[in-house]
Write a protein that binds this ligand. Sequence first.
Ligand code: 6OG
Length: 178
Amino acid sequence: WLPVISTKLYTNAFIISPGPPQKILLGYKKRGFGAHFYNGFGGKVEAGESPAQAAARELKEECGVEASLDHCGTLLFVNKGGPEWAFQIEIYRADGYSGTLIETEEMRPEWFSAADTRFSETSLTPEVIPPPIPYNSMWPDDIYWIPLLLTKLPFVGRADFDTDTSGRYEMLRWWFGV
Ligand code: 6OG
């Protein structure tokens, strides 16, 4: 199906620490749309702003840091059934950041292991290996494209959602490709 409302333009930014172990910074969203999910840092592109400017502004607003962001993906999310929404989300990534990470009213930043650390032969002590990416506490589309983001493969994708009887968003069909 097609968006029945105008598609809103959003950003989502991820900071990667090369490691080893490779790590990804996610924010636990405390309020608003997608509350209680882990996600990158981002929000709406305001009038007169480029997506890159919005991505940098939202990153700073939501976790206090600055980063040299590279665009690496474009996603379209469509929801059928009320409340209607359709998002185009421009995805950014950065290797590293400057400044000090802070928890804000919107987001609590946390590091996760991006690589599979189960069989790693490094001499890293368990204390420095953060938990794996919490896909069960993220939007269901993320598991399909976060691996592309981590390997720096530019991607596009689309996912169609419907609201189930419990009010949850169920992902009905999707495609993500390089
Ligand atoms: P604010 O409410 O903070 O912006 N977003 C999604 N992210 C993923 N991974 N999957 C989805 O599937 C999403 N829908 C929205 C875009 C909302 C933030 O949530 C992202 C923004 O970064 C439906 O202003």
